[in-house]
Design a protein around this ligand. Sequence first.
Ligand SMILES: Cc1cc2nc3c(=O)[nH]c(=O)nc-3n(C[C@H](O)[C@H](O)[C@H](O)COP(=O)(O)OP(=O)(O)OC[C@H]3O[C@@H](n4cnc5c(N)ncnc54)[C@H](O)[C@@H]3O)c2cc1C
Length: 379
Amino acid sequence: MQTIDISPCTLDERCEALRAEVRAFIAEHIGKYSPAIRARNWAGGDPEWSRMMGERGWIGMTWPKRYGGHERSSLERYVVLEEMLSAGAPVGAHWIADRQSAPLLMRYSPDVLAPRIVPEIVKGSTYFCIGMSEPDSGSDLASIRTRASKIDGGWVINGSKLWTSGAHYAKYMIALVRTEAKSDNRHAGMSQFLIDMNTPGVTHRPIRNMIGDHDFNEVFLENVEVPDENLIGNPGDGWHQVTAELSFERSGPERYLSCSQLLFEMLDAAETSDPRHRVELGRLTARYATMRQMSLGVAGMLHRGENPSLPASVVKDLGALLEQGMPDIAHDLFGGRITPDSSLDQVLAYLAQANVSFSMRGGTREILRGIIARGLGLR
Ligand SMILES: Cc1cc2nc3c(=O)[nH]c(=O)nc-3n(C[C@H](O)[C@H](O)[C@H](O)COP(=O)(O)OP(=O)(O)OC[C@H]3O[C@@H](n4cnc5c(N)ncnc54)[C@H](O)[C@@H]3O)c2cc1C
């Protein structure tokens, strides 16, 4: 079994200086967002916030200068992410492009797509969506049926995608599709394509979640023609590429910092004279501190260029468990005494309903535990 070093990395003085800068920026600009909006955290977005982050150089922080990036360290990027997430900043618009789409383009289309598109992402004005899941294909992603067929000078794509977050404001989708018929090797014959969401034949329909928010969509692809250059990487390599993309998707601090606003609201509402408040909130804060140490361990692995998919799965699973338990703690400590429409009320009302999705998005609990079991040599 492989040995993995997840000891927490040290954040140097540059990181801490940057943290002060980010905190000052947040303090200046966060005031106009209500607690209900801050509760949405990276699931919510405001193009204006993304634009300001782009101006500050906080998107594409680690990318090469030739793509408009800032060539800073992954630990500096980590500091910006944890400050933004802790404050409930509306970072969702550019989140997917910054986290996974641009890294994918730079790796698999470094001379064609990346030079054209990545500089726009860095500015915070071009957003992406992820076209992986389909009706009947979620955890079992290899069963996708959307197909691309070769035509002269390009490909024509037919099929549909489901649960596509942000498809209604994204400029592009990176879609995983079949380019060859299924064979005995289920993971063969898939490829990734860049699809401009304005291409004729692309339509989307909102799916409202149970809170009533419009975050994700159904996307229909009917005879969508894309040029050859929109094939990302080599035909047939889609599975390998998507696995790498998922490890970007699962390795960030957002996997335990979606509910930070609720922690802060509870701390603000706590009565220090109440021993239950002291014990429960002390315990919760200790769990956060542990998650942070583990998340810093994953950040250290990324910084050293190691593959963090196993510990990142542990952090995502434990993070979702922590966050899904928080509304119960809030009800237990404050239930019956929460002022209607107070900050705590707004944040709790949202998170008590939204947090069921935290163990689904980005891979379900059972799938992550399968990855962990395999990593531990148990299956
Ligand atoms: C908020 C949110 C945002 C999302 N955004 C996107 C997006 O932008 N793009 C995108 O492509 N997708 C997106 N998804 C979809 C997400 O990736 C899928 O929901 C997820 O992969 C699970 O697929 P499914 O919903 O089809 O459930 P299923 O795969 O049908 O799973 C149903 C249940 O069966 C369990 N299960 C399935 N297979 C196994 C197994 N082998 N062993 C044990 N248990 C198993 C699962 O753990 C789960 O509990 C989003 C989902 C959510 C909730």
